[in-house]
Design a protein. Structure first.
Length: 254
């Protein structure tokens, strides 16, 4: 059985449990590829579902399977149903600034599985790490150092998270077509060949769905994510240049 087949089986088990026990079920944190696959499985099975990672733009999210009586509105998940909490880490004054890799590596070194950890939001003097409540006590007692830097941690409700300010730049380019490979090449500075390679490797997502076709047409408002390179929104299709190329506008996150 492949990794994808095992994952599909896991999601199907969650769907059956939700239907048979008439109760909310969930997964651990999913990456973008897993989220895309999970959404496809849920839709194929007619399941009611949503994703939540602690804040609206979270990259790593938990899949919730909802019974018929429950709605995924702005109040979901409730405090009772929310499995997430916030691990706030602070470094000493004057210590070197740690990176995402420093925090993740030190957590994994404690034997923590990646699926238990959500987004790691690095701050100037520490980090806000979204985790499952199930490991909160363990980390509070054992997580004392990231890299060579000592850290102090405390657990906070996920509601206390202040999402990072999103900085964007406007990028205007011209493309031969509004097909996916042309557009992400323009938005992220790739050649068309490189864009196709990223798509083939499963690194490209459009509106949180993994993209597989380089010739897929994009629409105004589409969110484009290339793992390892960032995120952009397709904002505008303008006129045609003298050379027959199409003017396009992106809002790119930096």
């Amino acid at each position: 059985m492949t990794e994808n087949e095992r994952f599909i089986s896991l999601v199907c088990d969650k769907i059956r449990k939700t239907e048979n026990a008439y109760m909310l079920t969930r997964t651990n944190f999913l990456n973008l590829s897993e989220r895309s696959l999970a959404a496809s499985v849920c839709k194929e099975n007619g399941a009611k579902f949503c994703f939540w990672g602690g804040y609206p733009d979270a990259e790593r999210t938990v899949l919730f399977l909802l019974p018929d009586y429950m709605e995924a509105d702005e109040k979901f998940p409730s405090e009772e149903d929310n499995p997430l909490c916030l691990l706030q880490c602070k470094t000493p004054s004057g210590a070197k600034k740690l990176t995402h890799r420093d925090y993740l590596g030190s957590l994994l070194a404690l034997g923590i599985e990646r699926e238990i950890i959500g987004d790691i939001l690095v701050r100037e003097n520490g980090a806000d790490i979204i985790i499952l409540k199930s490991i909160a006590d363990y980390l509070l007692s054992c997580y004392e150092k990231a890299g060579t830097v000592p850290i102090k941690c405390e657990i906070q409700p996920i509601e206390n998270l202040v999402p990072p300010e999103q900085k964007t730049v406007t990028v205007r380019e011209s493309v031969a077509s509004v097909r996916l490979d042309c557009v992400i090449g323009a938005a992220f500075g790739f050649s068309r060949t490189a864009a196709c390679e990223h798509i083939a490797k499963g690194l490209v997502f459009v509106n949180d769905n993994q993209a597989s076709k380089p010739d897929a047409k994009l629409n105004i408002g589409d969110k484009i994510v290339v793992r390892g390179f960032g995120k952009a929104y397709f904002k505008e299709i303008g006129g045609t240049t003298r050379k027959g190329r199409i003017s396009v506008l992106f809002e790119k996150y930096v």
